[in-house]
Design a protein around this ligand. Structure first.
Ligand SMILES: [Ca+2]
Length: 212
């Protein structure tokens, strides 16, 4: 099997290795969260982004970015992430695509307590991805790779690649609702925990692609 960590399809229209002096993403969270560039660890170069969830209610931390996106094509989001503790709980990528009439809320997350992938379905509920069980690399300082591809033309999820596993998502539809905003995408990378303690995770090398 070809290691999917080398999987690089599509045409890159945004790439961020978080080596600049400024974090060029919008930050948010719930409770006493924090988000900042750090030299504590990195996948490439000398920096990554450290996100710390709130220890108080909310328990989330995230970065997000709005990007222009041509109508009728596929978009891919690829990144490396590192979670120091398996009890973190949820690590997720959310891709909201606007086509001028509706928005589609594509949302894939890893449940680190039950070792499985989940998605938000057309009712806006979190459900398991079929055959979506996966053990990530075990060492707490491991960098994991994931790539999600979604399709505005079909209004369906497409593919999820994580380390050496792949998941066919083409039968799965996301939540959809009316929105008059013009065509663009809102990309969010988020961590969430359900314990009353701060949890840390790292992100590096985020790549957004237009897929064929
Ligand atoms: Ca980096």
């Amino acid at each position: 099997m070809i290691p999917l960590i080398l999987y690089q399809s599509g045409h890159v229209f945004l790439h961020d290795e978080f080596e600049g002096a400024v974090l060029n993403w919008t930050t948010a969270g719930g409770g006493t969260w924090s988000v900042a560039l750090t030299t504590a660890r990195s996948y490439a170069g000398g920096n990554s982004v450290l996100l710390t969830t709130g220890a108080t209610a909310g328990h989330t931390a995230q970065i997000s970015k709005r990007v222009g996106f041509p109508e009728g094509t596929k978009i891919g989001v690829s990144l490396h992430f590192s979670i120091p503790t398996k009890w973190f709980r949820y690590f997720e990528i959310e891709i909201i695509l606007y086509d001028g009439t509706n928005y589609y809320d594509f949302h894939v997350r890893y449940d680190s307590l039950n070792y499985k992938w989940q998605y938000y379905n057309s009712a806006g509920s979190v459900v398991d991805i079929p055959s979506g069980a996966q053990l990530l690399y075990p060492d707490p300082d491991s960098w994991q790779h994931m790539k999600v591809i979604v399709d505005l033309a079909t209004g369906k999820y497409q593919d999820l690649f994580v380390n050496e596993q792949s998941f066919d998502l083409r039968a799965l539809a996301p939540y959809k609702s009316a929105s008059a905003f013009g065509p663009h995408a809102l990309i969010t990378v988020r961590g969430a925990t359900d314990v009353t303690a701060a949890r840390e995770f790292y992100i590096d090398q985020v790549t957004l692609t237009k897929e064929d």
